[in-house]
Design a protein around this ligand. Structure first.
Ligand SMILES: CC(C)(COP(=O)(O)OP(=O)(O)OC[C@H]1O[C@@H](n2cnc3c(N)ncnc32)[C@H](O)[C@@H]1OP(=O)(O)O)[C@@H](O)C(=O)NCCC(=O)NCCS
Length: 142
């Protein structure tokens, strides 16, 4: 697998790199309270993306966010990056809240074992304002 050739490291969140990557609102600016849970991803020593999570109300659970630099996409790095994040932060369950128009992200998450929550649960989350109208919540146990 292509991702086998990449060594992944998670280092401190780098705001300038985030600003460079995030130009169209694919992931939200993390606020200062969650900055310890956000990282710059290094692949073979080079800055490759940003990953992090918002702690969820359940223990050992995080609502993950990821963005890779265009040249690091399509190499299957997403799986390795989430595994590293989960391991370093002792997460057992990952949530992902994805815009339904972001087909690439939806299929990338489903390919690595994220499952869509049942429609009834999605509706409850929408009612409570936890996810937006055009969004879908997926979950994976690690
Ligand atoms: C979503 C994202 C993290 C997926 O990570 P990834 O490591 O690239 O995932 P994969 O390697 O499995 O590739 C996913 C799909 O990207 C597409 N892709 C392949 N090469 C690509 C490239 N060079 N550039 C863009 N997309 C590419 C392919 O459709 C691929 O699916 P396939 O391998 O089944 O053909 C990444 O696409 C990304 O950073 N997107 C922009 C930010 C974003 O949408 N974040 C998620 C918000 S919920």
């Amino acid at each position: 697998m292509l991702s086998d050739y990449y060594q992944i490291e998670l280092k401190d969140f780098d705001q300038d790199f985030f600003d460079l990557l995030e130009t169209v609102g694919q992931i939200k600016q993390p606020d200062f309270k969650v900055l310890p849970y956000f990282h710059t991803v290094y692949a073979n020593g080079e800055k490759a993306g940003i990953v992090g999570y918002q702690p969820a109300s359940l223990p050992d659970t995080g609502n993950v966010e990821i963005i890779l630099a265009p040249e690091y996409r399509g190499k299957g790095l997403i799986a390795k990056i989430y595994d590293t994040l989960a391991q370093e932060h002792h997460l057992k369950t990952l949530y992902a809240t994805i815009n339904l128009r972001n087909m690439t992200s939806l299929s990338a998450h489903e390919k690595i074992g994220f499952q869509r929550l049942p429609a009834e649960k999605q509706a409850q989350l929408k009612e409570k304002g936890i996810i937006g109208e055009g969004e879908m919540r997926l979950e994976k146990s690690v």
